[in-house]
Design a protein around this ligand. Structure first.
Ligand SMILES: [Zn+2]
Ligand SMILES: [Zn+2]
Length: 302
């Protein structure tokens, strides 16, 4: 197979992968918060939770409100004007692939341009006093093209390196704005775990920007496994909770059993059928979200 055929195949494969990753980054919903997520009646710690007043939802860890998309985005990295979409939990993988394939494409152009650039420099040098304006302009634009692709290669390489680093550290662009976060990053697990939380566990789909069940990022974007820093935080938090409950006379055996069934906050929410179970003493109430919110407000005002 001749060199030009290899070049032809290489370029078109990279180009198709580049266009697909661009399309998927732009068109994939980065991840939204399910209605009533984190809403528990009787939850004593609701004031500690982050709440979005605009979307009127509790915000899970690492979710942020995007003022351009006007919605809360799971594991929001940043809003990208180049793809007119937020980079979040479900499309961060495609974004990383977009940066990678863009880098390969411009690098390919850089290499292809080398003989042309060399040729143009020689010709320009030889004809520097000839006064042939069109000839000089023609070769000048070849040099300008190469200059542009070299600049794009450098910029994209730096950007790709920055994002790759974030993935390996299990961090997002927004989280880097907090200087304390990097020192106390409770989401930083092993390299493999951090990588799979963005790129999924299927090695083939680390490179292929297509949707497949095994190609999805690990987790759900709502709850995040934590390292020992997070465990320490939770331990302290639970200890305080336990001490507070011991001193509270309303914390009876019945509550303890239900706490075991429904989780630490003694209430549970099932997103599938929009049923909220309320645990207040012996009562377990199933109702639609709206009704439960009204009841919560009544309880608040009491
Ligand atoms: Zn919001
Ligand atoms: Zn956005």
């Amino acid at each position: 197979m001749s060199f030009s055929i290899i070049r032809l195949f290489f370029f078109h494969i990279v180009f198709i992968l580049l266009i697909s990753s661009f399309y998927l980054t732009s068109r994939t919903n980065p991840g939204s918060i399910p209605l009533y997520w984190g809403f528990y009646i009787g939850d004593q710690d609701y004031k500690k939770k982050r709440y979005c007043l605009l979307c009127q939802v509790f915000k899970p860890d690492r979710a942020h409100h995007c003022s351009i998309c006007n919605t809360c985005v799971l594991n929001m990295d940043h809003h990208c004007p180049w793809v007119n979409n937020c980079i979040g939990f479900y499309n961060r993988k495609f974004f990383i692939q977009l940066l990678f394939y863009f880098f390969l494409s411009v690098l390919y152009l850089d290499i292809i341009y080398i003989p042309h650039t060399y040729n143009s420099i020689l010709k320009l040098y030889k004809n520097r006093f000839s006064g042939k304006i069109l000839f000089i302009l023609y070769h000048f634009f070849i040099l300008l093209n190469h200059g542009i692709t070299l600049t794009l290669t450098y910029l994209d390489f730096e950007f790709f390196k920055f994002h790759l680093k974030l993935v390996f550290k299990n961090c997002t662009t927004i989280e880097t704005l907090d200087p304390e976060f990097e020192k106390k990053n409770k989401f930083n697990l092993s390299l493999k775990e951090n990588w799979e939380q963005v790129m999924g566990s299927d090695k083939l789909f680390w490179f292929i920007p297509f949707i497949n069940d095994s190609g999805y990022p690990k987790g759900d974007g709502l709850t995040w496994p934590v390292n020992e820093l997070g465990d320490e935080f939770n331990d302290n938090f639970n200890k305080k909770d336990l001490e507070k409950n011991k001193s509270d006379s309303s914390f009876n055996t019945n509550n303890k059993i239900k706490a075991g069934v429904y989780g630490s906050s003694s209430t549970a929410y099932e997103s599938n059928n929009n049923v909220i179970r309320k645990n207040l003493g012996n009562n377990v109430i199933n109702d639609t979200g709206t009704k439960v919110i009204e009841m919560a407000e009544k309880n608040e005002s009491k």
